[in-house]
Design a binder for this molecule. Sequence first.
Ligand code: URA
Length: 243
Amino acid sequence: MSPPDLLFSQGFGTRRICAGLVQQGLVKIDTGSGLQLVDEDLDITPLEGMSYEVQGVLWQFHTKAYILLNKPAGTECSHKPSVWPSVYSLLPAPLRQRPAKTGLQGVQAVGRLDQDTTGILLLSDDGQFIHRMSSPKHHVPKLYELTTSDALDDKVCQKLLAGVVLNDDPQPVKAAACEQVGTHQLHLTLTEGKYHQVKRMLGAVGHKVVGLHRSRIGGLVLPADVLPGQWRWLGQGDLSALA
Ligand code: URA
């Protein structure tokens, strides 16, 4: 693979732009002996995690992108947000521009969180991964930490674990786990991802959610050092924890 092809695969723009970056001496690649300026026609076999630099910014090569974002409140999980800024605006351009053979360009969110929900959001350009993580068949547990406007009644977990009926489906939905951690706070684990599921489930038992944070997906806990609005690559260990 030539350096322009490598940059193209990682989302640095059209092949012409990528060739221009290399020709202008703005690209260094570590093919084994440290970061070095490269020629346009060098032949590279990029390894997962290989370092390279574009316009002074250090990157790692990733065949597929798996990203964790700590979603801040007041952002929409949509490419065309209606009111709030898009979560995609928190990511650097190459992640949004990675070429796709089919479907949409760049990384896509795995499911959606509401505008006012905070916490762990996964994004990827691996269609199979997105499908696996979001499919209700796979039952990936997600932990939500929520706050209600009024004090919770002490049967709330019992009711949510037994199942409640939401307005769009007669089939009851059940919490996979539930723990009351304060007068107004619950930790709720769900394995499906229905529209506004947490808020609607709490609504069904007479409570209004005023704060919602997703702190874990599968075995992957939102890392404390990824602050709201920040993102990081997921490594092999993180991906295994998700499965
Ligand atoms: N359930 C909700 O009601 N909102 C979210 O953002 C996620 C789960």
